[in-house]
Design a protein around this ligand. Structure first.
Ligand SMILES: [Zn+2]
Length: 457
């Protein structure tokens, strides 16, 4: 169970997904609920942060994994601040005292006003206020800490005059409070990251395991031959790029990959995560983290179809993975053989070839190269950043589930490939289960991956 340990107390975050928010609205409009409702929550803790994820409005189920946390939810009357009466407070104290950890949430909203939430956590024998909330699709929600409404944010800089003219000053202030995690700082990531930074995103988590190589220079923004010579890490290059745009942006950069533990802990604190790698294993991990930790994700990529100078397709693809969306398996986006190949080390591949003689298994084959070019990765990364900005500001949602466009087809041949949940897939049961759903994770990081490490920024 989470405890704040000896050092500085951990920051407490609460995340609630769309289905539960819709259920809350249903309950509030019925206006018959006066007693507190039971909650079941997952959680994830790092040295500095404990993230709570609402798995369910309702008590525990027989099939739940161990370690989930109980909580209560009260509905505040419309227009009232989300605070407890002394009697409710007393009742809550008694209920929490019987648990090592207990989460208490009060939610309400004014007429045509943003949702107002107050939440606190019973931990190590006393109540702690939450530092932040993330409600899926509700960037305007107000967190009341100790009964007080949030204060006003700083005015925007001149740099974003066109942005605020289009979206409003308040949209900029939401961006400033937001965190975006970007997995992959190569072609697509190298343009998504500065686009987010220029618009005003206040905190970026950048994750990449690789350094700049010669073939990156055709696609990677802000990369130059000197970076190849110096074997500069892509994450480091992205940090420098952001610092030159706006040194006030908080950047947390990691050399590593999903789902390494430190990276999962970091991503669980983000408001949106962008998947900017071309690996199927990475896509699986991205969707799994989005679902279990309730962090909406957009996976982006692109490729050239054809060979030997004949180009038959130039595809840009964006895939939305909201916590309740079908996983990549449900969407038939995953080739299990390809995933096994990606997770295998070069030494394992060589050994497999040596022992298998003349008929090596398909795993031993080289991973097929995906061809792509700078203008495709740039379109893909820019659009992903744009849709992230839409989510973070509440101004627009990605109007697709899995969108593909073909640059050389008439009118781009844009399609939205909708795919339903596969009833046999267990992904839906994992939503909001955080670390406690880890048993069902699509894979664990293989031993040959070097440990994730955080860059000094
Ligand atoms: Zn699934």
């Amino acid at each position: 169970m989470p405890h704040s340990g000896k050092g500085a107390p951990a920051r407490l975050l609460l995340r609630i997904g769309r289905q539960e928010l819709d259920r809350l609205d249903e309950l509030a409009s019925a206006a018959t609920v006066t007693a507190p409702l039971d909650l079941t929550l997952g959680w994830c803790r790092s040295d500095t942060v404990i993230v709570f994820t609402l798995a369910r409005i309702g008590g525990p189920d027989a099939g739940d994994p161990p370690g989930l946390i109980a909580g209560h939810l009260r509905l505040a009357a419309a227009g009232e601040a989300p605070v407890f009466s002394p009697a409710e407070q007393q009742e809550e104290d008694a209920r929490a005292a019987g648990c090592p950890v207990f989460v208490s949430v009060t939610a309400g909203r004014g007429k045509d006003a943003p949702r107002r939430i107050a939440a606190r956590v019973w931990l190590a024998g006393k109540w702690h206020d939450l530092a932040a909330i993330a409600l899926e699709g509700e960037p305007d929600a107000e967190l009341f800490v100790g009964g007080a409404a949030p204060g006003l944010a700083a005015p925007p800089p001149d740099r974003v005059a066109r942005f605020t003219s289009a979206f409003g000053i308040e949209a900029y202030q939401r961006l400033r409070r937001s965190t975006v995690a970007v997995i992959g700082a190569g072609g697509t990531g190298s343009i998504a990251i500065p686009t987010l930074a220029r618009a005003g995103v206040g905190r970026l988590i950048i994750v990449d395991s690789d350094h700049v190589s010669p073939s990156n220079l055709e696609r990677m923004h802000a990369s130059f031959p000197e970076h190849v010579a110096a074997r500069t890490l892509k994450a480091e290059l992205a940090c420098d790029h952001v610092a030159r745009i706006d040194p006030e942006i908080a950047v947390e950069a990691w050399v590593g990959r999903l789902p390494q533990r430190a990276i999962v802990e970091a991503v669980a604190t983000a408001d949106v995560v962008l998947g900017c790698t071309d690996q199927q294993s990475s896509r699986l991990a991205l969707a799994d983290v989005a679902r279990r930790y309730l962090v909406p994700a957009i996976d982006c990529g692109g490729l050239i179809e054809g060979a030997n100078g004949r180009v038959t397709g130039q595809i840009v693809q964006l895939v939305r993975f909201r916590p309740g969306d079908p996983c990549p398996h449900c969407r038939k986006m995953i080739d299990p053989l390809r995933v096994r190949q990606e997770l295998m080390s070069e030494a394992e591949r060589t050994a497999l070839r040596a022992t298998a003689g003349s008929a090596p298994p398909p795993e031993a084959a080289d991973i097929p190269q995906i061809d792509t070019v700078g203008y495709i990765t740039t379109v893909s990364g820019t659009l992903a950043a744009g849709y992230a900005i839409g989510w973070l500001t509440g101004r627009f949602d990605p109007p697709f589930e899995r969108m593909q466009m073909n640059l050389i087809a008439e009118c781009l041949d844009v399609t939205n490939r909708r795919q339903a949940h596969d009833p046999a897939c267990q992904c839906r049961a994992l939503r909001g289960m955080a670390d406690q759903g880890a048993e069902a994770a699509p894979f664990t990081p293989p031993d040959h991956w070097p440990p994730a490490r955080r860059l000094e920024t």
